[in-house]
Design a protein around this ligand. Structure first.
Ligand code: GDP
Length: 353
């Protein structure tokens, strides 16, 4: 019998990452009992691996590995979650070119193991799969919607298409309440340092602190649709509250180039990015994707979700956090009223290379 007094129980695989930590905070605010799966090494060295989790005593962590069906099945049996958010993945696209089989194995098998464990032990559990705009890759159309054909251009993108199809198949074949979010790039002060946004904002802070002289980037003309992670996890939760499972694009609908991101980030401390940013062809990717811009109309209509943080605020928040961490917040300017004009001739030089 349903106990209306009991707290709802959610489980997050990938709780130690950027999205996992924001989702944890959202679920705790909604009074959920939250469980998380982490690798055993994270429990042995929490300061290093669980630094994003602010409320460590309010979450129950379980050691398990995406590579082991037995470990995932064991956690599903033990916790009996009502909602499972599967965010864990090897998510850095550049690494996936270097180590294709491990990206494929971990991301595809991990998703399959969890779905299969749920089907076998807790079929009533609602499941969220973290899909990605990288699944569209070289998309035929801009903006992309839930019905745009997938054309992934990286092993990471391919592994996400597989996870997406597995999720859909468990929904259709076994009746699981399984939904996928197709999330465009989402950033925050908790983003990993290898991603371009954080590489830039931490670079800005280190430059004003005198710790570094320049930021070396790859292709500055790539465009992305960048939103705020804290808002994107709200969409995940909303998907699992719907009577029927489904797939949703989550995006801002607005694109900016890496160059504009850099121009804006340096403007936040009164500097001109052209004096500090170097574009190094060594850092270019073997294959790039077409402009990724998402159309989140379905999420707006059905979930009532829409992004709130604009591009300038997002960049400013990240620069501010990185400056504070290094004690150089005295350099911060008020939010620039506009994104600085980017130098067109520099853009053309970059494109000609
Ligand atoms: P992704 O969209 O998930 O691959 O997120 P990233 O933040 O890693 O990369 C976003 C875009 O920025 C990609 O198209 C990269 O090619 C481009 N980019 C340009 N310079 C860099 C760089 O130095 N590091 C990273 N990570 N990306 C860069």
């Amino acid at each position: 019998m349903h106990n209306f007094m009991a707290r709802r129980k959610a489980l997050i695989s990938g709780i130690s990452g950027q999205d996992g930590s924001y989702l944890l905070e959202l679920l705790l605010a909604k009074d959920y009992e939250v469980h998380g799966i982490v690798r055993r090494v994270a429990l042995e060295d929490p300061e290093h691996h669980l630094s994003r989790i602010v409320d460590r005593e309010r979450v129950q962590l379980h050691p398990a590995s995406l590579e082991s069906y037995a470990s995932l099945h064991h956690v599903a049996e033990r916790v009996q979650p009502e909602e499972w958010y599967h965010l864990a993945a090897q998510s850095f696209v550049s690494y996936s070119f270097d180590d294709e089989s491990s990206t494929l194995n971990t991301n595809m098998n991990g998703t399959h193991y969890i779905l299969s464990a749920l089907k076998n032990s807790v079929p009533s559990c609602r499941f969220y799969f973290a899909g990605s705009s990288e699944m569209f890759g070289n998309a035929d159309e801009v903006p992309q919607t839930e019905s745009t054909r997938f054309h992934p251009r990286s092993t990471y993108g391919i592994s996400k298409v597989a996870g997406f199809e597995l999720t859909r198949n468990y929904r259709e074949a076994y009746g699981l309440h399984a939904s996928s979010g197709i999330l465009y790039n989402h950033e925050s002060p908790r983003r990993g340092f290898v991603f371009v946004t954080r590489k830039i904002t931490s670079g800005v802070a280190r430059i004003v602190a005198g710790l570094q002289k320049e930021v070396r980037l790859g292709n500055l003309d790539v465009q992305r649709d960048w939103g705020h992670s804290r808002e994107y996890v709200e969409a995940m939760w909303l998907m699992l509250q719907q009577p029927e499972p489904d797939d949703y694009v989550i995006a801002t609908g607005e694109t900016h180039s890496v160059r504009e991101f850099a121009a804006m980030a340096f403007a936040c401390v009164g500097l001109d990015y052209r004096d500090y940013v170097k574009s190094d062809p060594v850092l270019f990717r073997p294959t790039e994707v077409n402009p990724l811009r998402g159309d989140a109309s379905k999420a707006r209509e059905r979930l009532g979700w829409q992004p709130r943080t604009g591009f300038r605020q997002l960049v400013r928040e990240m620069v501010e956090a990185d400056c504070r961490a290094l004690g150089v917040q005295g350099w911060l300017r008020d939010l620039p009223v506009a994104i600085p004009e980017v130098d067109e001739s520099a853009r053309l030089r970059g494109a000609a290379r």
